[in-house]
Design a binder for this molecule. Structure first.
Ligand SMILES: [Zn+2]
Length: 298
């Protein structure tokens, strides 16, 4: 079992364990007990007795429903079964925030091809250190992740990563914006979305067909809108008819936010994201950090 001690909860939630009947809301700091990979108890009164209660509950739940068989003696005696592992690893979370694992659906691990910048293992380790337990990696690698073979290669390496790494495949072969990739086989290979991120899909007809094909395969398209407002409007317009889920990557203008907001209100399956670069870096940063402080779209 794992005991996360003294952390601040990311949001207020009802206490469990002995306080559950009181309807008390857990105010930080709290102790959280994890048993068998699940949250067993959250307590703002400390976990005195928690390990015992968890063990007992587990014992009672696991008791076979066999009338002829005598119940586990330990349950009757209100003590954990003899073989129950009551050892606890304690994590001191004083001064820290405790939250469910975060998901980052837009990362560039540059692997394969640009491992000198980042690779799947270092990227996943950095993610885990920041509380991100699942991340989706973009396909602008070398070779581009546009076929089963490259996806398999990525997935093989993700087995050793400290966070879950889910691949996103390219919309067009080589991210050239000309010929669609095989969405069906990519889905079977385990990709979670499609994107030509880094490269906008300029051709309207290609984008229209991509959204149609994605809808047929129930897949999400993440769009890189370099010429932001017109492209966001176009993607939303083209996604309406097939009912495709479309996500606008790294939105950086108020107009694009407004267009997305209106489309959502109208029932279009569109979502959008903002990137930290856009609200943490300024014109001044470019003067000292050069092009490292820039990204596309600007
Ligand atoms: Zn990107």
């Amino acid at each position: 079992m794992i005991l996360i001690k003294g952390g601040k909860l990311a949001q207020k939630i009802p206490c469990t364990g002995s306080e559950v009947d009181t309807g008390r809301i857990c105010e930080s700091p709290v102790d959280i007990l994890i048993a068998n990979g699940e949250i067993a108890e959250i307590s703002c009164e400390g976990v005195e007795g928690t390990v015992f209660r968890t063990a007992l509950k587990s014992c009672q739940e696991n008791r076979p429903p066999d009338r002829n068989r005598p119940p586990d003696k330990s349950c009757q005696e209100n003590r954990p079964p003899d073989n129950f592992d009551t050892s606890v690893t304690v994590i001191d979370a004083t001064g820290m925030i405790v939250a469910p694992g975060l998901v980052d659906m837009h990362v560039h691990f540059r692997d394969p091809g640009f491992e000198h910048k980042e690779d799947i293992l270092t990227g996943a380790a950095a993610a885990a250190a920041g509380g991100v337990t699942t991340c989706c990696c973009m396909p602008n690698t070398s070779p581009v992740a546009d076929c089963e073979k490259v996806i398999d290669r990525i997935k093989e390496k993700t087995k050793y990563a400290l966070a879950n790494v889910l691949p996103i495949a390219a919309v067009t072969v080589g991210q050239k914006g000309e010929k669609l990739t095989d969405f069906e086989s990519l889905k079977k290979a385990g990709v979670v979305a499609l994107s030509d991120d880094g490269m906008p899909i300029v051709n309207d007809e290609i984008m229209r067909r991509a959204l149609l094909e994605a809808s047929a395969n129930d897949m999400l398209i993440i769009s890189h809108c370099e010429e932001e407002e017109p492209m966001v409007a176009r993607d939303i317009r083209l996604a309406v008819k097939p009912g495709t889920k479309v996500h606008i990557a790294h939105v950086s203008t108020a107009e694009a936010v407004e267009t997305t907001r209106q489309a959502k209100a109208a029932g279009v399956k569109v979502t959008a994201e903002a990137a930290p670069h856009h609200f943490s870096l300024t014109r001044e940063a470019v003067q000292t950090k050069g092009t490292n402080a820039k990204m596309s779209p600007p």
